[in-house]
Design a protein around this ligand. Structure first.
Ligand SMILES: Cc1ncc(COP(=O)(O)O)c(C=O)c1O
Length: 409
């Protein structure tokens, strides 16, 4: 029997209900509006294909411990420095352990590291840019110029605007990587250079070729340099793959890195990691705050004490073995999606090491149903969409998506 496009979409709707994939029934709150919204969240959950969020967190036991101990009825606030004296009702010692667990994965040594659990990838970039400016100003007496690719995440441009910095957008190649020759042309070698490396770029999942770009910077030894890596998504999974050297600062040097916690790591609310070296920390403007018994070099005063605990919990319960298995599955599923798109005649592209696949934009109905993210690029024929193959984008989900695309064709 041949099914019409409408019938196929109806079938897809049935198959794509949350219960079909996750077998979960929602629990009623007694508030109609809230109950409807909860239902909708469960229906949408498997179909956020276009955004780099892990929709299969493993925090059920964490919340059981949390509520069994009535932690929801009081405040745990990490106002203060996790590497300094931590106060009462603060999870700073766990926050420090989290930073010390991850730091070696990025090539930092435990005797030369400082960091914090941030509120998001953007908050980590804010620290990277702010720390970079302070470091360069305090060590050279001059304001730097910021260089970032035109394919990097918009938070970098927004934050430079917020911090009133001069930014030079450096052109990217068709696949989204900053072009080394364009960096050379953009450089003002009379001023310090604050580089922001995209790892990866938001739409095409490109990783700037840091080795080639560092080689450009090395041609100007008179120009002081600070390099911040925006590794919101890729910084999560790359350390658990054979490509781990791409984020290892002993192999490709950089000064700071920001990674989101709610992307690869599967934390259920926005948070992240900011990690840097001690001499960067020591060259920040000092804010000695007696009432906090702390020297506050970080930007925020109050910070969540719960997100570091979730990170810590996942380190104990998922850890290297779990994250390695997840990273392997994600990259295998990325190849599967590419093969399936190709099989049904849809040209698609992805960068090496990337879990982001972009392709000709399908009908609006499909974009909406599968929450695809859109962009456009004449080099790839105009309107485009992408899928970010996260942990919840399983083969089963990919098959349903491919069936919907085939029906559309
Ligand atoms: C490369 C990159 N940097 C920064 C961000 C912002 O991170 P967050 O949403 O955690 O603030 C994103 C978000 O998608 C991103 O992809």
């Amino acid at each position: 029997m041949r099914l019409s496009y409408t019938n196929v979409l109806a079938l897809v709707a049935l198959l794509t209900s949350a219960t079909a994939l996750y077998g979960q029934e929602t629990v009623k709150s007694g508030f109609e509006k809230l109950d409807e919204w909860t239902e909708q969240c469960h229906t949408d959950r498997p179909w956020t294909l276009g955004y780099p969020c892990n929709q299969v967190s493993s925090l059920t036991d964490f919340y059981k411990w949390y509520t069994d101990n009535e932690m929801q009825n009081f405040l745990v606030n990490n106002a203060g420095d996790p590497f300094g004296n931590v106060g009462a009702l603060c999870s700073g010692k766990f926050e420090r352990e989290v930073i010390e667990y991850f730091a070696p994965k990025y090539g930092f040594t435990l005797d030369d590291v400082w960091g914090l659990v941030t509120m998001s990838g953007t908050d980590g970039n804010n620290h990277g840019i702010y720390f970079g400016v302070n470091y360069l100003q305090n060590t050279t007496g001059k304001m730097p110029v910021v260089y970032v690719s035109d394919e990097a995440h918009y938070s970098n441009y927004r934050l430079c605007d917020l911090q009133n910095l001069e930014v030079r957008l450096v052109k990217s190649d068709d696949m989204g990587c900053m072009i080394p020759d364009s960096l050379e042309v953009a450089l003002d070698t009379t001023r310090p250079c604050l580089m922001i490396y995209a790892m990866g770029s938001t739409f095409k999942g490109a990783i700037d070729d840091q080795a080639a770009l560092n080689a450009v910077l090395a041609r100007h030894p008179e120009m002081p340099v600070y390099r911040h890596v925006d590794a919101a998504l890729f910084g999560g999974y790359l350390p658990f793959t054979k490509y781990r050297e791409l984020v290892d600062r002993r192999v490709i040097p950089y000064e700071s890195i920001s990674i989101s916690g709610h992307k690869f790591f599967g934390i259920d609310s926005p948070c992240g990691l900011f990690i840097t070296k001690r001499n960067v920390y020591e060259n920040q403007t000092s804010f000695d705050i007696p009432y906090l018994n702390a020297n506050m070099r970080m930007i925020n005063c109050s910070r969540s004490g719960i997100e570091p605990l979730k990170f810590w919990w996942l380190i104990q319960t998922v850890g290297d073995a779990g994250w390695s298995a997840q990273a392997t599955a994600m990259l295998e599923n990325t190849e599967y999606l590419k093969a399936e798109l190709t099989r049904i005649g849809i040209p698609c592209w992805s960068n090496t090491y990337s879990n982001t696949v972009f392709f000709k934009r399908p009908a609006d109905e499909i974009v909406k149903r599968f929450n695809l993210a859109n962009s456009a690029d004449e080099h790839f024929g105009g309107k485009l969409s992408h899928v970010v193959v996260m942990q919840h984008v399983t083969r089963e989900a990919i098959d349903i998506f491919i069936n919907a695309l085939e029906a559309e064709k």
